[in-house]
Design a protein around this ligand. Structure first.
Ligand code: CP
Length: 313
């Protein structure tokens, strides 16, 4: 049976911990030949640096070959080919398709028409499940647990798909979320309802000061997503709403870590980069291991096989 990686909504606690274990194995030994002879296609209908390159690195480090595009303007989509036809064609060539698309639900749709597994590399403002896996791995690595954490989500909570996925995944681990956003970028009602339905505690804040974040275990900053605004004047009004400075970290808990899915625009000052609380560059590095685990998951390679793997290079 084909196994996709499209949403984090139905992921179990056991599966999250299993994937974290698998990512940990890949961090110990990233170079293997587990995917030798396979072809991975990366179809990016929206810009990306980290997600595409770390998926391609993961495929390369596991011995697969990579095809694909980073710019849809060079594809036959410009001649009118539909997403369905594109997916069915690429499935002739590849064993797994990694796709980023600007339409919410595009990955789900692709998974319904594709005979090979689809990995969602981000669909509009909806979900970013592979980012979520690397976020969970980063939180686990730095905090030693996913249980009972105080997690501050800061910035564009309306359009930021990474925070939407993180809320869903963390439902298993009794977090307290703090949604820090101006009213224009507040957490959408559907995700607040999701929290209520799943017994997830949350508070909402509009202030962002050193006192606001003093009890944070994780401070998850986000970029204001310019590309999702229909009114650019509104983007101009809110684009610099919160900027994290080094001096705002004076009261932070010793093991508090700052995450950011990146790219950043202006929301974390460069003087924060050398602060021991900063973790966003390492977080992006963890993407390689999380995505190696995702490839194994969709291609039916188990944790036991990874642990007993004799193809380590
Ligand atoms: N975090 C993330 O999705 O980054 P890219 O847009 O560079 O892939």
């Amino acid at each position: 049976e084909k196994h996709n990686f499209v949403t984090i909504a139905d992921i179990t606690k056991e599966k999250i911990l299993y994937m974290i274990d698998m990512a940990h194995e890949f961090e110990k030994h990233p170079n293997r030949e587990l995917l030798k002879g396979k072809v991975v296609a990366t179809l990016f209908f929206e810009p990306s640096t980290r997600t595409r390159l770390s998926f391609e690195t993961a495929a390369n480090r596991l011995g697969a070959r990579v095809i694909g595009f980073a710019d849809p303007k060079v594809t036959s989509g410009t001649k009118g080919e539909t997403l369905k036809d594109t997916i069915m064609m690429v499935a002739n060539y590849a064993d797994v398709i990694v796709m980023r698309h600007y339409i919410e639900g595009a990955a789900q749709y692709a998974s319904e028409v594709s005979p090979v597994p689809i990995v969602n590399a981000g669909d509009g403002a909806h979900q970013h499940p592979s980012q979520c896996m690397l976020d969970l791995y980063s939180i686990y690595k730095t905090q030693g647990t996913l249980e009972g954490l105080n997690i501050y989500l800061v910035g564009d909570l309306k359009y930021g798909r990474t925070v939407h996925s993180l809320i869903m995944a963390m439902r298993h681990f009794s977090p307290t979320f703090h949604f820090v956003a101006p009213k224009e970028l507040a957490m959408p009602a559907e995700y607040k309802l999701y929290c209520k339905e799943h017994g997830i505690k949350y508070e909402e804040h509009t202030e962002f000061t050193e006192d606001t974040i003093a009890d944070a275990d994780i401070l998850y900053m986000t970029r204001v997503q310019k590309e999702r605004f229909s009114d650019l004047m509104e983007y101009e009004r809110v684009k610099n709403v919160y900027i994290l400075r080094n001096d705002m970290l004076a009261k932070a808990k010793p093991n508090m870590k700052i995450l950011h899915p990146l790219p950043r625009v202006n929301e974390i000052n460069y003087d924060v980069d050398s602060n021991p609380h900063a973790y966003y560059i390492q977080q992006a590095g963890n993407g390689l291991y999380a995505r190696e685990a995702i490839f194994c998951d969709v291609l039916g390679i188990s944790l036991d096989e990874v642990k007993n793997d004799k193809t380590i290079i």
